[in-house]
Design a protein around this ligand. Structure first.
Ligand SMILES: Cc1cc2nc3c(=O)[nH]c(=O)nc-3n(C[C@H](O)[C@H](O)[C@H](O)COP(=O)(O)O)c2cc1C
Length: 174
């Protein structure tokens, strides 16, 4: 698939068919994740892919941001030990950037594979930590729901008046 198509047509998918997501397909998504850029290439992350229906269901019951139980979930976490070279508030921010970039790679690859996905930031970190047995240094940053879509959602509008040239406030041609 062309990159331009993937970027423009990827949508947040929240409703999925009953078709399970095959393991090799999930492996492709996880491979895309680890090829994301990270600060200093220290790759301070961990990805927990959940396909056990019972665990997926439990996670959904404690996650207000999920509307329909998906076939698979990927919990994108930062690893405080691998990322310890960048400490303080700046380090916290960079951990989030790293995870965001990995999540975008997963979503684009998912779309490329005919899958739908959606980032979920509205989750209960404490409950997730228990359900996924995350150790202290593994911090859940984002959840991704993954599955085969029942339909392609309409694109929510985008604002183009956020683009400036040379200085803030200067639009093209001014
Ligand atoms: C940081 C972040 C957090 C989000 N959290 C949620 C969420 O908790 N639940 C949800 O259904 N969608 C969530 N979304 C998806 C957005 O609602 C979606 O990306 C936005 O409406 C644009 O739609 P599109 O992705 O189809 O272009 C989140 C997206 C981002 C980037």
């Amino acid at each position: 698939m062309e990159l331009e198509r993937a970027i423009l047509e990827r949508r947040s998918v929240r409703q999925f068919s009953d078709r399970p997501v095959e393991r090799p397909v999930l492996e492709e998504l996880l491979e895309a994740a680890v090829w994301a850029p990270s600060g200093g290439n220290c790759q301070p992350w961990a990805f927990v892919c959940v396909t056990d229906p019972a665990v997926v269901k439990k996670i959904c019951t404690v996650t207000p941001g999920i509307f329909q139980v998906p076939k698979a979930l990927i919990c994108v976490c930062s690893d405080a030990i691998k990322g310890r070279s960048i400490s303080g508030p700046m380090g916290e921010m960079i951990q989030c950037y790293n995870c965001g970039m990995a999540a975008q790679n997963i979503m684009l690859r998912a779309y490329d594979q005919g899958l739908g996905s959606c980032v979920i930031a509205s989750f209960n970190g404490t409950a997730l930590r228990v359900l996924l047995e995350l150790p202290e240094h593994i911090v859940p940053r984002l959840l991704l729901v993954v599955g085969y879509p029942t339909r392609q959602p309409a694109p929510p509008p985008r604002n183009m008046d956020v683009i400036f040239w040379d200085k803030y406030g200067k639009e093209d041609g001014q």
